[in-house]
Design a protein around this ligand. Structure first.
Ligand SMILES: Nc1ncnc2c1ncn2[C@@H]1O[C@H](COP(=O)(O)OP(=O)(O)OP(=O)(O)O)[C@@H](O)[C@H]1O
Length: 260
């Protein structure tokens, strides 16, 4: 679904992504791991159109989308989640979801004033979709709560929920597990799995929590120093010498300790 071909990205003299090539297969939950500074987020930002590479290309379903704007990629079904912005923190959970289609279509006052019936019909459909998303996310009980009052884990669920209001096909998740407690982590894992199996979403997930990666992802791709070091199942990655070397400089620990 996503093919990254020989991407290079430099920041001044620093090569953050160094001839990196990888693929994210359709229907997979692909994990992207690697020590700090490996170039994972930079690569994500290039794939999602927020950064332009110095060299190489990105293909989405076979179409060259290198340097296409995030907005246009969003319309093609490639979505990157982001923290709930400040303005939206003061709106309810339900409103946060209902706003997404309007943001996506650049809805304007013209429709609201001159096509009120159409707008009302759209609103009913959007509300229904939002209610369904809340059910899948198990957030129905906090639907009228201000988004800013949610716990860290609930905010992550809401971020993922916002992708459910789009026609997302591929979702890039940057550290969905960061700062999330164990209970909500299990819920988050369930939601990602449901969206993958029942809604056909493809995921690419950057995560430092190896338990989460092990539970959800196959394959797992390990980056170091800007390029792919190894790819395989979590079991293969855990015992890969080059991966252990990258994380621990040859120490006797296992990759599972990387999440500590
Ligand atoms: N905007 C920038 N300007 C200069 N250097 C940058 C910039 N963004 C990233 N870097 C550098 O590029 C390298 C790769 O960073 P990146 O954030 O992509 O790594 P990462 O694998 O996502 O790390 P982490 O797991 O810590 O988030 C690092 O050395 C980082 O300091």
């Amino acid at each position: 679904m996503i093919e990254v071909r020989d991407i290079v990205k430099r920041f001044g003299g620093l090569v953050a992504v160094d001839h990196c090539s990888l693929t994210v297969g359709k229907g997979t939950i692909t994990g992207l791991i690697g020590p700090n500074g490996a170039g994972k987020s930079t690569l994500f930002n290039i794939v999602a159109g927020f950064l332009q590479p110095d060299d190489g290309s990105v293909l989405l379903d076979g179409e060259d989308v290198t340097s296409v704007s995030p907005h246009r990629l969003f319309r093609k079904g490639l979505v990157r989640t982001f923290q709930i912005p400040h303005e939206l923190a003061r709106m309810s959970v339900l409103e946060n979801l209902m706003l997404v289609p309007a943001e996506q279509s650049g809805e304007n006052l013209f429709n609201a004033w001159f096509r009120p019936a159409r707008t009302r019909g759209d609103e009913a459909r959007v509300r229904e979709r939002a209610e369904q998303a809340l059910e899948t996310l198990q957030l129905t009980h906090v639907r009228h709560e201000l988004a800013g009052n949610l716990s860290g884990g609930q905010k992550k669920l809401l971020e993922i929920g916002r992708t459910m209001m789009t026609d997302a096909r591929v979702v890039l998740l940057d550290e969905p597990g960061a700062g999330v407690n164990r209970t909500l982590m299990a819920q988050l894992t369930d939601v990602i799995r449901t969206l993958n199996r029942e809604h056909g979403y493809t995921f690419c997930i950057i995560e430092h929590d190896m338990d989460m990666i092990g539970e959800l992802c196959d394959p797992v791709i390990c980056m170091a120093q800007g390029h792919v070091l190894a790819q395989g199942s979590m079991a293969e990655i855990r015992s890969n010498e080059a991966v252990l070397e990258a994380y621990f400089g040859g120490g006797a620990a296992t990759a599972a300790d990387a999440s500590a």
